[in-house]
Design a protein around this ligand. Structure first.
Ligand code: ITT
Length: 196
């Protein structure tokens, strides 16, 4: 890109608001965006999520509902853990399941079953006019026991394919070098870099 070009109105300039109640998500994404020279502003709030739909629909529906409450461009993201042997459960119910049976409950639930699973993150971005979605997936397997003190949520029971340790045993940079969230973010950043 021509360095003399006027970048003052470029979509990567200025803050982008990230709406989430989850500090871990914010810290992971803040680092990824910072590496691309984009500053994230944390709008710390919980928003309503519909049930009974897929992660993409939930993410879009949530974003639509808060457009009139947030000034300027913003994004949010919805993440789910999908376990193959349970036909994708907990998927859209990941938050509820984490808060009820938790990681110990998941380990009990899949005893004797195939342990393949995946994380799916869907980012929904509202640029003030239109909605855009970007997804990222990480395949892995559920560990035999809870392992590691880093990360959050299901990280202590998730071993990414090709690895022998859980996401909770990795530092934040290592998790972000392979994660579902990071992949979705890279797609989003490419969109921002390309749009004028
Ligand atoms: P917001 O909706 O406010 O952003 P949340 O924590 O409710 O925050 P989600 O609904 O997207 O976020 O997350 C569903 C569940 O999945 C929740 O229990 C998270 O802790 C967990 N989760 C999300 N991302 C994760 C990740 O990268 N590693 C492990 N668990 C994750």
């Amino acid at each position: 890109m021509n360095p003399e070009e006027d970048m003052s109105d470029h979509p990567t300039k200025g803050n982008i608001k990230f709406v989430t109640s989850n500090e871990h998500k914010f810290l992971e994404l803040q680092e990824i965006f910072r590496n691309s020279g984009i500053n994230l502003e944390w709008i710390r709030r919980k928003y309503e999520e519909i049930q009974g739909e897929g992660t993409e629909e939930i993410s879009l529906d949530s974003a639509r509902k808060i457009t009139h409450e947030i000034n300027g461009r913003f994004f949010l993201e919805d993440t789910g853990l999908y376990i193959d042997a349970l036909n994708g459960f907990p998927g859209p119910y990941s938050s509820y399941v984490a808060g009820t049976i938790g990681n110990t409950g998941i380990l009990k639930l899949i005893q004797g079953l195939d342990r393949s699973c995946r994380f799916l993150t869907v980012i929904t971005y509202f640029d003030g006019h239109e909605f855009f979605q970007f997804d990222g997936m990480l395949r892995g397997s559920i560990s035999k026991e809870i392992r590691g003190k880093g990360g959050f949520g299901y990280d202590p029971i998730f071993i990414p394919d090709g690895q022998s340790i859980t996401l909770a045993e990795m530092d934040i940079e290592t998790k972000s070098s392979i994660s579902h969230r990071s992949l979705a973010a890279q797609r989003f950043i490419s969109h921002l870099m390309g749009s004028r």
